[in-house]
Ligand binder design. Structure first.
Ligand code: GAP
Length: 439
């Protein structure tokens, strides 16, 4: 079933992100770089909240989760072991006439049909293109110094598996989480933050015994869906899609994608993979270091299995924008509103003095809210209606108006972004009111 139409389009979101300071094209004054973006002030706040929400969601009854922050560059040997040098390819094809390049499996290219760009049918052979960015460490350029920017954060977890086990007093089952940049030389970066060349991932590698792995895989699928539910994403736009055998990545034995229905169709938001003991076994083989775990009960060593949950911060950011974008009517005009879950909204509240004469008192309230650790805006310019619209457009859940009665009754008006309803509350209740909703 195709979910209902959304008012969000990619063009509207790209424009809003630029206009409001969420996302900017990278190196824009030099013409920009395809597939690479910079994050503006509001984008930084939103991303930080997404990451915190994700980290908090990893707490579970099965076992502990610890976090690492691995290096972005890894030596060739590491990527040989992980299988990325041999397998991390996408099939590409070029049109000899217009010179456009396509990713065969994703751009729906049929080599028996003409080029969708120029209409001529002059294709090259399909070639495999390795998506890793290669570099050399130091002054000499030979295979020994060859290194690659990581295409996934996961490998830093596997190569540090023993370091973490011996220093963190964790026991199987447990998880290692990591948030960090990954780099892929995508053939056709597209759809804004959906497919980028530099992006951030949030990955959890869950280490368990082989006999428990299938059960843990199912548990993590449920937990991940709960995460999206609590984030507030429209569940009718979400589904799980198990991979067919021929689409599995080289490391996984079972994989299920969490998909979201974007305006450009059902697409992967997150991958949940049963990686078996592939990664640890490969690193044991190539590094000749023992990465097995001793089981006190059976008195035997074993190589743990891994269940992985992997989602792109930027792809989730885009999903949240699509999901929360809305247009309705306010005061006879179309208003644009981002209906973010208040917990992830970049700005939680805005203090708006009705007149500049009231600014000193309103500023005191603003400072008190900021001191309480709640990201707050202060806006004294323009009509109150315009100021509401500005906050709606960046998804601020609450506008607090300090008006002429506030000095007398020690109260302010709180306006709810979604319902636009207003209620009067005493100033000393403002912080507990916000804290209660944001906890
Ligand atoms: N460690 C497993 C792994 O990297 P993946 O399916 O290739 O698996 C996981 O990537 C997630 O990373 C995707 O579901 C997506 O959210 C995000 N992702 C992957 N490639 C991306 C790209 N080029 N741009 C933005 N996000 C990307």
């Amino acid at each position: 079933m195709v979910p209902k139409e959304t008012k969000a389009t990619l063009d509207k979101l790209v424009a809003l992100c630029k206009r409001k300071g969420f996302i900017f094209p990278s190196a824009e004054i030099y013409g920009g770089v395809n597939g690479i973006y910079d994050t503006g002030p509001l984008g930084v706040l939103l991303k930080r909240n997404i990451k915190t929400f994700w980290l908090n969601s990893l707490k579970n009854k099965l076992g502990k989760v610890v976090e690492i922050d691995g290096a972005l560059i890894g030596p060739r040997a590491m990527w040989e072991a992980s299988g990325h040098i041999e397998n991390f390819h996408d099939p590409m094809i070029d049109c000899l006439n217009c010179k456009k390049r396509f990713r065969v499996d994703d751009d729906n290219i049929d080599i028996n049909k003409p080029c969708p760009s120029c209409g001529k049918k002059e294709w090259t052979e399909i070639r495999q293109f390795n998506m890793m960015f290669k570099t050399n460490l130091g002054a000499t350029a030979d295979q020994a110094t060859e290194a690659y920017l990581r295409p996934e954060t996961a490998q830093a977890v596997f190569v540090n598996f023993k370091n973490v086990m011996s220093t963190s007093r964790v026991k199987i089952p447990f998880g290692i989480a990591q948030i960090g940049k990954s780099f892929r030389n995508e053939i056709t970066p597209k759809q804004f933050l959906f497919r980028m060349r530099e992006f951030e991932q949030m990955e959890l590698e869950w280490f368990c015994k082989e006999e428990d792995a299938r059960n843990h895989f199912d548990c993590w699928i449920n937990k991940r869906m709960d995460f999206y539910k609590s984030l507030g994403l429209d569940q009718s736009r979400m589904r799980l899609r198990p991979h067919e055998a021929n689409e599995l990545a080289h490391y996984s034995t079972i994989c299920t994608d969490v998909e979201y229905h974007f305006p450009f169709g059902w697409k992967e938001l997150e991958g949940i993979a049963h990686r078996g003991c592939f990664d640890l076994s490969q690193h044991m083989k190539y590094s000749k270091k023992d990465l097995s775990v001793y089981d006190e009960e059976t008195k035997e060593s074993f190589i743990p299995n891994v269940v992985e949950s992997s989602v792109g911060v930027d792809r989730l950011f885009l999903t949240i924008l699509f999901d929360s974008y809305d247009e309705d009517e306010a005061d006879g005009e179309i208003r644009t509103v981002l209906r973010f879950n208040p917990k992830i909204a970049p700005i939680k509240a805005a203090v708006l003095p009705l007149s500049k004469k009231l600014s000193p008192q309103a500023e005191k309230l603003f400072e008190a809210i900021e001191q309480a650790g709640i990201e707050t805006d202060f806006d004294e310019s323009g009509s109150i209606g315009k100021r509401y619209r500005r906050q709606d457009e960046i998804g601020t859940p609450f506008c607090i108006t300090y008006d002429f009665e506030s000095d007398q009754d020690n109260s302010v008006t709180i306006r709810d972004r979604d319902s636009m309803k207003q209620e009067r509350i005493s100033i000393d209740k403002v912080i507990p009111y916000l804290q209660n909703i944001l906890k």
